[in-house]
Write a protein that binds this ligand. Structure first.
Ligand code: FAD
Length: 288
């Protein structure tokens, strides 16, 4: 049942931050998580529902200095077609292509995927591998404040994050990947499409002089939050791009993940899939 007393459709970041400062507020972006959770009774609305979809400043992808800045309202459809994304981090377009259906992709925003903080959120996996940071804005004592957090540190548990009640996520900031960078995202679910991942993997890096270089790995749906694969990375970094190195990296996957048994998959199966997806990316994208 709805507890909404006020509905606001703000048109600037400042107005959004001001409304949040007066709280308590529920932020509405595409609504593809929020409305379903409210319907299912797993989420209750705060007295004020604030629609941010009219905030033009939250839209668009820009190159600035050495960064790609993606507005929080950027949709999955935008990520599929944006020139900057396709040129500098095609892994995000590739991930968006595996995301839900065309109708959901038109509504679902990148900011919503992040703030929903699902361990199985698709975009979180390549974004962590890309070393993304989130920009969080609030209004304190009448002045706008901005704080930055590496995305890897943003998630604190299933459905939980470091986002404060008075903050809005405004931008996802990604360092432009270096020359020669390549990468891929793979996810697996019981159905080929419209499925929540039971394991997801993103790998980014390059081959330099025959060696794995600048390798960054992230895993989804195999721990309470999406996680960086630091042990896998260490097993790859600076080593020859060979079957022996890949075998050692796959043995290291185990130390990076902590899957559980649940209704969608056993922890054994999630471990097996994580290894298989990692192996497939390393073989076909890096050494194939
Ligand atoms: C049929 C279906 C299929 C789906 N398939 C997938 C899939 O394949 N992969 C996947 O990862 N997800 C999937 N989802 C989940 C969902 O579509 C995504 O998580 C989506 O990106 C959420 O974005 P949204 O804009 O709809 O967020 P909303 O539902 O509007 O918001 C989600 C949460 O984030 C908060 N929020 C949103 N934006 C901000 C902001 N800028 N600042 C602060 N808080 C904010 C809201 O208050 C809410 O708590 C699916 C959902 C459905 C219904």
């Amino acid at each position: 049942m709805s507890q909404i007393e006020n509905y606001m459709a703000v048109d600037s970041i400042e107005a959004a931050a001001e409304t949040l400062a007066a709280g308590p507020v529920t932020v509405l972006a595409g609504g593809t998580d929020l409305m379903l959770q409210a319907e299912a009774g797993t989420r209750t609305y705060a007295p004020t529902l604030m629609n941010i979809r009219r905030v033009a400043e939250l839209r668009g992808v820009h190159l600035q200095g050495g960064s790609i800045r993606i507005g929080a309202l950027t949709t999955m459809t935008d990520l599929l077609t944006d020139d900057i994304v396709q040129k500098h981090c095609p892994i995000l377009s590739q991930t968006a292509d595996q995301f839900a259906s065309a109708q959901i992709r038109n509504m679902a925003t990148l900011g919503g995927n992040i703030c929903n903080a699902s361990p199985a959120g698709d975009m979180l996996v390549p974004l962590i591998a890309l070393d993304a940071e989130v920009e969080l804005v609030s209004k304190v004592d009448g002045a706008l404040e901005t704080r930055y957090l590496p995305l890897e540190k943003f998630f604190t548990g299933p459905g939980a994050s470091d986002l404060r009640d008075n903050e809005i996520l405004t931008v996802i900031d990604i360092p432009v990947p270096g020359k020669g960078a390549r990468g891929a995202f793979r996810k697996f679910g019981p159905r080929p499409s419209l499925e929540i991942a039971i394991a997801a993997v993103a790998v980014i890096g390059r081959i330099d002089g025959g060696n794995f270089t600048d390798m960054r790995v992230a895993y989804g749906a195999v721990a309470p939050t999406p996680v960086r694969g630091r042990n896998t990375e260490a097993a790859l970094e600076g080593k020859p791009a060979s079957p022996e190195t890949i075998a050692a990296a796959l043995d290291a996957v185990e130390a990076d993940i902590s899957p559980i048994d649940d209704v969608r998959a056993s922890q054994w199966y999630r471990r097996h899939l994580t290894r298989a997806l990692t192996e497939e990316i390393l073989n076909h994208v890096f050494t194939g």
